[in-house]
Design a binder for this molecule. Structure first.
Ligand SMILES: Nc1nc2c(c(=O)[nH]1)N[C@H]1C(S)=C(S)[C@@H](COP(=O)(O)OP(=O)(O)OC[C@H]3O[C@@H](n4cnc5c(=O)[nH]c(N)nc54)[C@H](O)[C@@H]3O)O[C@H]1N2
Ligand SMILES: Nc1nc2c(c(=O)[nH]1)N[C@H]1C(S)=C(S)[C@@H](COP(=O)(O)OP(=O)(O)OC[C@H]3O[C@@H](n4cnc5c(=O)[nH]c(N)nc54)[C@H](O)[C@@H]3O)O[C@H]1N2
Ligand code: SF4
Ligand SMILES: [Mo]
Length: 612
C-alpha cells in the first residue's frame, strides 16, 4: 500500500499479545473440577468479586472477576450457575486478565496526520477525536445520505454502535461473524425447521447417544459447555463420528474417523440419506407426522449410492453404510452437529441444509439427545425515539444473496469501491471489534475499498492489523472495565448475565456505549441516548424483568423457568414447526416471493449454482 492515499501505519513495533491455548480437547481446562473448587474457595476468601461475561469469544461465559484490595485484577473464574460454562472457563477465557494487563493496549485516541510528508498517528484528546468523527460523519451524511455510512462490527461494542447507526439513519451494517462464519448454517437450518440454530447451539450433547461432527472440532474450538457435555457423553458411551480431512483432537476421540476429501461433504450426506431411506432406517413415525416433501427427497436421493459417493469423497462405501446405521441405531438421540464456522467452499448453505435434513430423517430435532427446543428471555427495550427509515441498507447491498438474513461483509466492501453503476455507494466505515483486514479474504479488494473511503474510524482495545488503516483510532477499555448490555441467550432454560466493571478503565480508554453516546450527541441524535451511564439502562431493564442490579451484582447469572412448553416435542400432540407449512421442509423451500420452490439441494458439488 505504499502508493495509496491511506497508508498502513503500524501502531506498535512489539508483537501483539496472543491469547493462545493448546490444551487437548475434552481436557481443555487443564485442571480437575476438584482443583477448580479449591482455587475458587481460596480466592473467594480474600478477594472481591464482580460479575461479568467473557468477551474473548462469542460463547459469552458468565464469570466472576476477582480483584484485590489494591484493585488489581487477580483472576477470572466461571460462574457456577451459568449454563454456558457450568462454572469453568476455557484457557482463553481465563487468559482474559491478559487483555486488561497488556502493555501494548491502545491507550489514547489517535488521529492520522501527515508530518513532514509522512503519514503517522498522533495522540489526541477524546474531544478532539470525537469532534472530528462527528463532523466527518455529518459531512458525509449531508453529501450522500446517512446510508453511505457503513458499520462493520462484532461483539458487545457492535451492539452500541449499531444503536448509534440506526439513530442516524443507517442500516448499512455487516459483520464477518455472519457472512464469513455461521450465516449459511442459520439459513440452511431455517429452510428446513423454520428457525435459526442460534448461539449456543441447542444440541442436547449430554444425553446424546451419537454425535456426528462434520467439519466441527469441538474441543479445539473451545465451545465451553459443549466440550464439557461431549466429555460426559463419551463417558456415557456415546458413539462419536468425526468427518474431517484432518486428524483433529475430536477425531482422536471418535469411534469413526472419516478423512473426507475436502469440499465433498454434501456427497457423503446424500449417500447417508440414501442409506437411511433405502434400508428403512429413518424415523418413519416422525416423518409421517412432520414431513413436507419426503417422497420427493426419497426419489431425489435414490441415485446417490455409497458407491457413487466413494468416487467423490474417498470414503469407503461400507464405512458410509456402517456410520449411517450407527446414527439410526442411536436415533432420535443423535446429533448431526450444525458446526459453527461453515463458510468454506461456496456450497455452504446447501451443506448446512443437508445436515439439517439428515437430522430431520433421524427425527432428532426436538428430541432428547438430539436438539432440544431452546428458550431465551427477551430484554425490555430501553425507551428511545423511533429510528428513521433508511432508503437502502445491507439488504439492498446484499441483494445478490436473497437468502441472507444479515449484511454480507464482502458486499459492503465491494459497495465501497467507487463505481458509477453502483446505486448504493458506501463512503465511510466505522469498524468496531472486528479485525476486518484479517478476517475477510481478498486483501487487495479490501485495500482498494479502504483507499477509496472518505473516512474510517476503528474502535479496538489493541493495535491490530485493521487499526493501521484508520483515520481515527479509538481505544475501548476491556470488558473487565465496563458495563455492557445484558446477556440473554438460548438455552435449555432462559438465563441472563450481567457485565459490571471490576476496575476503572486503564489509560485513556472508554467503553463503546460511551463512545456511541458522545458521537450521537455531537451528530444531533442525543435523544437516543437518554442516560448518563449505561448502568442506568441495565438497572431499568433488570427492574422491568423483576430483578435488580443489586441482586445481579450478587449472583451474576439468573436462571428463569421455561414458559414455552416442554424441552422436547410432546409425543402425544402435534408440534407446529415455525416453517410456512408448519412441518419440516425436507425438499421444498419457501422463498422470499412467498411461493414454494423445488430445492435441488444444489448439491452443487463442483461449485455449480446452488438453487435450480
Ligand atoms: N481456539 C480457538 N477457538 C475458537 C476460535 C479461535 O479462533 N480459536 N474461533 C471461534 C469461532 S469465531 C468459531 S466460528 C469457531 C469455529 O470452530 P468450528 O465451527 O469447529 O470450525 P473450523 O475451525 O472452521 O473448522 C472445523 C474443522 O473442519 C475441518 N475441515 C476443513 N475442510 C473440511 C471439509 O471439507 N470437510 C469436513 N468435513 N471438514 C473440513 C477442519 O480440519 C477443522 O478441523 O471456533 C471458535 N473458537
Ligand atoms: N482466513 C480465515 N478467515 C476467517 C476465519 C478463518 O478461520 N480463517 N474465520 C471466520 C470466522 S469464524 C469469524 S467469526 C470471523 C471473525 O472475525 P472478526 O470479527 O474480525 O474477529 P476477530 O478476528 O476475533 O477480531 C476481533 C477484534 O476485536 C478486538 N476486540 C476484542 N475485544 C474487544 C472489545 O472489548 N472492544 C473492542 N472494540 N474490540 C475488541 C480484537 O482486538 C480484534 O481486533 O473471521 C472469519 N474469517
Ligand atoms: S468459551 Fe472460553 S473464550 Fe469463549 S466465552 Fe467461554 S471462557 Fe470465554
Ligand atoms: Mo466464527
Amino acid at each position: 500500500m505504499t502508493t495509496s492515499r491511506r497508508k498502513f501505519i503500524k501502531i506498535s513495533a512489539l508483537g501483539l499479545g496472543a491469547v493462545a491455548a493448546t490444551t487437548s480437547a475434552l481436557n481443555m481446562f487443564g485442571s480437575s473440577s476438584y482443583l477448580d473448587k479449591l482455587v475458587k474457595e481460596n480466592v473467594a476468601k480474600k478477594l472481591k468479586r464482580t460479575p461479568t461475561y467473557c468477551e474473548v469469544c462469542f460463547w459469552k461465559c458468565a464469570a466472576w472477576t476477582y480483584t484485590d484490595e489494591e484493585g488489581a485484577v487477580k483472576k477470572i473464574i466461571g460462574n457456577d450457575d451459568d449454563p454456558h460454562c457450568y462454572g469453568r472457563l476455557c484457557p482463553r477465557g481465563t487468559g482474559g486478565v491478559g487483555m486488561y494487563n497488556d502493555e501494548d493496549r491502545l491507550k489514547t485516541p489517535l488521529i492520522r496526520k501527515t508530518i513532514h510528508g509522512e503519514q503517522t498517528f498522533v495522540e489526541a484528546s477524546w474531544d478532539e477525536a470525537l469532534d472530528l468523527i462527528a463532523s466527518k460523519m455529518n459531512g458525509i451524511k449531508e453529501k450522500y445520505g446517512a446510508e453511505s455510512l457503513g458499520l462493520l462490527k462484532h461483539g458487545a461494542p457492535g451492539a452500541h454502535l449499531e444503536h448509534l447507526y440506526k439513530a442516524i439513519g443507517s442500516d448499512t451494517i455487516a459483520e464477518p461473524a455472519y457472512a464469513q462464519c455461521r450465516g449459511p448454517r442459520e439459513t440452511g437450518f431455517n429452510l428446513t425447521f423454520g428457525s435459526w440454530v442460534g448461539s449456543p447451539e441447542p444440541t442436547d450433547i449430554r444425553d446424546t447417544k451419537c454425535l456426528v461432527l462434520i467439519g466441527s472440532h469441538i474441543g479445539e474450538n473451545m465451545h465451553n459447555s459443549q466440550v464439557q457435555e461431549m466429555s460426559e457423553a463419551i463417558d456415557n458411551g456415546a458413539t462419536i463420528i468425526t468427518v474431517d480431512p484432518r486428524f483433529s483432537t475430536a477425531a482422536s476421540k471418535s469411534n469413526h474417523w472419516l478423512p473426507i476429501k475436502p469440499a465433498t461433504d454434501i456427497a457423503l450426506m446424500l449417500a447417508w440419506m440414501h442409506v437411511l431411506i433405502e434400508e428403512n432406517l429413518y424415523d418413519k413415525a416422525y416423518v409421517e407426522k412432520y414431513a413436507n416433501g419426503f417422497d420427493e427427497l426419497k426419489a431425489y436421493v435414490s441415485r446417490f449410492t455409497p458407491e457413487w459417493a466413494y468416487g467423490i469423497t474417498t470414503i469407503e462405501p461400507e464405512e458410509i453404510r456402517k456410520t449411517a446405521r450407527a446414527m439410526a441405531h442411536a436415533a432420535p438421540s443423535v446429533i448431526i452437529h450444525p458446526g459453527r464456522h461453515v463458510v468454506w467452499y461456496g456450497d455452504d448453505t446447501q451443506r448446512a441444509r443437508a445436515m439439517s435434513i439428515l437430522n430431520a430423517l433421524l427425527g432428532s430435532w426436538g428430541r432428547r439427545g438430539g436438539f432440544y427446543l431452546k428458550e431465551s428471555i427477551s430484554i425490555p427495550k430501553f425507551p428511545h425515539p423511533e429510528y428513521p427509515h433508511p432508503k437502502w441498507g445491507w439488504h439492498e447491498i446484499g441483494a445478490k444473496y436473497p437468502l441472507a438474513q444479515m449484511g454480507i461483509t464482502s458486499e459492503l466492501i465491494q459497495a465501497s469501491i467507487p463505481d458509477e453503476n453502483n446505486p448504493y455507494p458506501v463512503k465511510a466505515w466505522m469498524v468496531a471489534g472486528t479485525n476486518l483486514t484479517k478476517s475477510i479474504p481478498q486483501k487487495k479488494l479490501i485495500e482498494k475499498a479502504i483507499d477509496a473511503l472518505e473516512f474510517m474510524v476503528v474502535i479496538d482495545t489493541m493495535p491490530m492489523d485493521v487499526t493501521g488503516y484508520a483515520d481515527v483510532v479509538l481505544p475501548e477499555c476491556t470488558y473487565l472495565e465496563r458495563y455492557d448490555g445484558i446477556r440473554s441467550a438460548t438455552n435449555r432454560t432462559p438465563s441472563i448475565a450481567v457485565r459490571v466493571p471490576a476496575v476503572p478503565p486503564k489509560y485513556d480508554s472508554k467503553p463503546s456505549w460511551w463512545i456511541a453516546k458522545e458521537i450521537g450527541k455531537r451528530m444531533g441524535v442525543g435523544a437516543y441516548f437518554n442516560y448518563n451511564d449505561y448502568e442506568e439502562v441495565i438497572e431499568w431493564q433488570l427492574n422491568e424483568m423483576g430483578t435488580s442490579l443489586e441482586e445481579m451484582k450478587k449472583i451474576g447469572v439468573k436462571n428463569f423457568p421455561r414458559t414455552s412448553g416442554p424441552l422436547y416435542i410432546d409425543e402425544d400432540s402435534t408440534y407446529i414447526f415455525p416453517t410456512h407449512s408448519g412441518k419440516i421442509d425436507y425438499f421444498y423451500f419457501f422463498n422470499k416471493s412467498k411461493s414454494y420452490r423445488k430445492s435441488s439441494l444444489g448439491f452443487g458439488l463442483y461449485g455449480s449454482r446452488l438453487w435450480k
